[in-house]
Design a protein around this ligand. Structure first.
Ligand code: NAD
Length: 489
């Protein structure tokens, strides 16, 4: 299954994302025969590079992830470079001339993808210039791929959306949330809707709570400047975490089209119980890491990191309890936590089922373990189902057993990277795994109430040591409901 001919323009071609993700992903598509013969890539950035410099850069980026890169010379011959100033019309006119030449040379039928892989403050400006300076004046399709963050709060997101909607229709806007490209995130829907044993139980009659943890071991690294303006709530929760909640909680769509799936997700986000002001402390916990250690290595506290205010009020951890006030989920808490400098790097979803009506095996002090369905998103990909079975021997004692499915046992190799799948979807014109504007707006609306409240109240930071699972208050959030976080490893 090839994709249509197209010209892919990458704004921010010299940047980190392009190098680590976009070039290797395009190469994989090329090798798998999923990129048509007819494609060309224009790398756009500030530096005065030439085609040759870009091609060597692309080659290095591919070789650093794949060792025997067959046909690499042929692949890089499709790349062109344009040195560019994003605020100058003259630059766009040159870019248009190059695009038109490549259109002819590769028979691209005027199809164009504009991938904005650069600082978000330029997203609106670039989109406007693409139209004013005529880059969208061709017969084919014109799609805009836009990286995160989509705004900083609801107002700025509305503003940005206005600017890009002046040029592109909603159907041609592909807002990246790379979690939606992850194999096991895409699997949530299949586990739910393709298995007779789960869907009938997927509601408040059988599920007691759902826990989603996305922990990182790293601190802010060199991104202190950006992170100071964002924090865990905006950087992870507003987008990736809420997207996973929507997929876990949505109603079965009537069919698997982008429109139907995304409208079910929108309904979940509209049913989120809105939490404001003084109530926030009952539902949300913020944290910031202080100094700590990992295997004898001393770790800096957040306030000591580069480009971070020594008095910073920015949260590097957030835990929350979400309630979805609809028929299916009334009364079932969704507990979410995400943070930096935690004990391990892991993203997991744990669905805890309610206990059996009575325990026939309660002959020792041992309680029956609840059934858990664990969806491992990263770094491992798979599913574990925790059941109770009989201990072998002359006993009726129970023992927990785990049914395990590891994705890499089946695929035999790593599943494709999120970006490879998302680029392929965009080339085919399938926006299912991209965020619709309505989802963006509803998630900001929910998050703004919390971030505004927190911004105006100084927190007692730091409140968890680097290398731990977050502040104690995050444990208490569940304890007061009679639950606790399941260990993620
Ligand atoms: P980067 O700083 O490494 O690269 C920025 C690119 O933009 C460079 O190519 C630079 O030349 C170009 N640029 C900057 N100012 C310019 C100007 N005035 N005119 C022309 N070009 C200009 O950034 P990055 O890490 O690649 O991130 C790009 C986008 O992707 C951001 O929106 C970021 O939030 C998002 N993102 C990045 C990652 C990642 O892993 N790096 C992950 C998720 C999302």
């Amino acid at each position: 299954s090839e994709t249509p001919a197209s010209l892919i323009m990458i704004f921010g071609a010299t940047g980190d994302l392009a190098k680590r993700k976009l070039y290797p992903s395009l190469y994989h598509l090329f090798r798998k025969g999923k990129l048509a013969e007819h494609f060309a890539v224009v790398g756009v950035a500030r530096r005065p590079w030439t085609n040759e410099v870009l091609r060597e850069h692309v080659k290095d980026s591919v070789l650093s992830s794949i060792h025997d890169a067959e046909d690499i010379e042929k692949f890089i011959s499709h790349f062109y470079y344009q040195s560019h100033d994003v605020t100058d019309s003259q630059s766009y006119i040159q870019l248009k001339d190059l695009a038109n030449q490549l259109d002819q040379k590769y028979s691209l039928e005027g199809n164009r993808i504009f991938y904005l892989a650069m600082a978000p403050e330029f997203f609106g400006t670039i989109a406007e210039h693409l139209k004013i300076d005529g880059l969208t004046d061709t017969d084919g399709f014109h799609r805009l791929v836009i990286e995160k963050p989509f705004g900083h709060d609801l107002d700025s997101a509305i503003q940005l959306n206005k600017q890009i909607r002046n040029v592109f229709s909603e159907n041609d806007i592909y807002r990246i949330d790379h979690y939606l490209g992850k194999e096991m995130v895409q699997n949530i829907e299949v586990i739910r809707f393709a298995n007779a044993i789960f869907e009938p139980q997927w509601n408040n009659r059988f599920i007691s709570n759902i826990q989603i943890t996305s922990s990182e071991m790293l601190g802010v690294e060199e991104r202190g400047g950006y992170y100071e303006t964002s924090g865990a709530l905006r950087d992870m929760f507003q987008n990736h975490m809420l997207q996973m909640v929507a997929l876990l909680a949505m109603e079965p769509p009537i069919r698997l089209t982008p429109k139907e799936i995304r409208s079910e997700k929108v309904k979940v986000l509209s049913a989120l119980r809105s939490i404001e002001n003084e109530e926030i402390k009952d539902y949300f916990v913020r944290g910031q890491y202080g100094p700590g250690e990992d295997n004898g290595q001393q770790l800096l506290g957040y306030r000591e990191e580069m480009n971070v205010n020594p008095d910073s009020n920015t949260a590097t951890f957030v835990a929350g309890k979400l309630m979805i006030d609809n028929f299916r989920w009334a009364g079932v808490p969704f507990y979410i936590r995400t943070g930096k400098r935690m004990t391990e790097k892991s993203t997991k979803i744990i669905i805890q089922f309610k206990d059996v009506p009575m325990n026939l095996y309660y002959n020792s002090e041992k309680k029956l373990a609840p059934n858990l369905l664990v969806i491992h998103i990263q770094p491992e990909e798979g599913i574990t189902l925790h059941l109770n079975a009989k201990q072998s021997g002359q006993t009726m004692e129970t023992t927990p057993v785990k049914l395990n499915f590891a994705n890499n046992d089946v695929a035999g190799l790593n599943t494709p990277e999120a970006y490879e799948k998302l680029l392929f979807d965009c080339l085919r014109g399938d926006a299912t795994n991209f965020t619709h504007w309505d989802e963006v707006a509803l998630s900001w609306n929910f998050v703004d109430k919390i971030s505004n409240f927190w911004e105006n109240k100084k927190a007692e930071f730091p409140n968890y040591p680097a290398g731990s699972m977050g502040p104690e208050a995050a444990d208490q959030l569940l304890e007061k409901d009679g639950f606790s976080w399941w260990p993620v490893s």
